[in-house]
Design a protein around this ligand. Sequence first.
Ligand code: ADP
Ligand code: MG
Length: 725
Amino acid sequence: MELKSTIESQFRLNPLQNKALKKIGLKNIEDLLFYFPTRYGDTTDLKNIKDLKVGDKPIIYAKVKSIKTSKAYIKKVPMTEAVLEDGTGTIKAIWFSQPYIAKMLPVGSSAKFQGTINERNKQLYIANPEYKNLGKIPLATGNSLFSQEVIDSFIYPVYPESKGITSKWFYHTILKIFKSGILDKMKDPLPKTILKKYNLPSLKTALIWVHSPQKKSDAQSAAKRFAFEEIFFIQLSRAKQKKEYQSHPSFQIKKTKKHMDEFIKLFPFKPTESQMKSIQQILDDFAKDHAMSRLLEGDVGSGKTAVAASAIYAITTTAPKNQPSAKLQTAYMVPTEILAKQHFESFIQYFSHLNINIGLITSSGCRKFPSKVDPTGWTKISRAQLLKWTANGEIPILIGTHSLISKSVIFKNLAFVIIDEQHRFGLMQRQGLAQKTDIRSENKKIMPHLLSMTATPIPRTLALTIYGDLDLTLLDQMPHGRKPIITEIITPDKREKTYEKIRTELQEDRQAYVICPRIEEPDPDKATALQVKSVQAEAQRLKRDVFKEYKIGILHSKMKPAEKEKIMDDFSSGKTNILVATSVIEVGVNVPNATIIILEGAERFGLAQLHQLRGRVIRSNHQAFCYIFSETKTKKTLDRLNALKTAKDGFELAEFDLTLRGAGELTGRKQWGISDLGMEAIKNIKMVEASRHEAQKIIGGDPDLQKHPLIKQKVSHVEKFTHFE
Ligand code: ADP
Ligand code: MG
């Protein structure tokens, strides 16, 4: 048996098992060894029959008092019924389609059972319980029914099951793999020094402990090791990328404060301290001899665009070496056309006094500012023309969607790349934009400075991990004068009254967004279709029953770009009063007069995500309102939603999501490619910091990992399989 031997070649599998393994994605012996239990059955689940309640999933030790198999009345499948007793009471157990059970558990035999407790006709029963024959049940002294010895020997792993394959199968198969001696052939990718320093078990020990622990604490140590390992290798890959990025020269840009102030004083508002600090950090990076790679993380509405514009100003007012009359170039990438157009417009505002060309590239067309005919406006131009000017260096600022990454887009003096709403792009796309300089040019080795911007509030530990290759700047202050959004959680009984409140705002000429709920569907296409339907239905309902006197627009991701633009224009200009939309689109849309947002089906969203949606209405100094409509009445859900009223900012909410609902609930968790175990590690700042520290130390002394072949191999694996998309 080898690690890469297929499971099929080593174990006899029936077709169902084969299918199940395929479905889970387990091919070889190594895959099995790293298929970890999600929990361990243990004494905390151990219950006396007299204490059982509906919904429990207890372990009970009991004697079979009677057992018989019959054909079930409705489904015509064999049904086995038994009565179990444990000295404290009796309970019925029922199995379907397992006629052999009566033979396995004859009357008088003792066994351990585990299953869910249901109720029928006011009688509790345990449905399809797992069982294990025990021979004799050793009774304990004290108040526990069984001796500690029995209990300890019954810590057993529980694996995620799939139709056709049981947790038990995994357990026994993995024990057989252990017996083959294969563990001795495995090399531990974690250096011994690290294992020792953090008191982590070796790979071999950890595998044994995770699959067949003697004690719960062993299982925990093993989990800790694997969690550390996962984060450590992500950190290594990020540290390596950062080092690599910084090994290239960049355009060094030095700007005085006076020069910058000339630009900043033109803003129609006073920048926040946080904005000033962020601008300064970026300028400090620009002055270094290697490329910047920085993440600007700031809540929706915190004013990231102005920071970006200031940085662009520093770039644009710098000439490349040996080309005194030329200008360094900036590429600004956003995820949607609407946003691209919006930024095109606002950069015209920011830079019109500089007398420079600004370009826009999207799949549905290109634009250039200024127009020859009207120097205060823009004009449509052909893609070929825009690309030519970009390659010539005549377009210092080019804004665009994914179209920017296309091969045909080439720059002459690309010095700065900005990726806005960066969480909407994959790593590959981000990297694609960094390598856009004409390879024939003398600048070909030069790396552009990179500024990623995001409003996704994620916990710090997670940011340190998935964005480990970026330096972090937090924009943690809202523009002056912003009134906090008044947030209310609306239960179904308060719906009507709330609509009336909203009406009074609409009468003041304010506008409202209505965001329809996220719809969970394994098939993303189906989910989108359902969501579109719900947007249309909700818009109709509001028009018919609630806001008859107002104009209602709808916006969803299935619309064509031109349609979307029209709808957004109508909303921005106030032609429509209410915009009913899906939650998936246009995160950064800026309509200052829209001061009301209704979030339907709020219980289906994470807190941080709700917060981000809410941020659309904090765009001006009008009082803004957020109504969180929830269909549930459960206290727990309402308590959770109430955090939206009390939390200071999105980061606090993200931390709250992490502790309250677990890492699995964090926005975008799937796209980061981190396992559940790894996500658990994210909860532990010490572990994240330790793994980061160790990773940086190794890369610092050995950037190409020449001296660490085992680690190198593993890191390239991580790079191949986690794209963080
Ligand atoms: P985001 O960080 O979400 O990208 P924007 O850059 O779109 O936020 O800014 C949101 C709005 O706030 C814009 O209308 C912008 O002009 C305005 N704004 C930005 N900074 C300030 C400030 N310091 N004071 C007042 N308004 C500001
Ligand atoms: Mg923005």
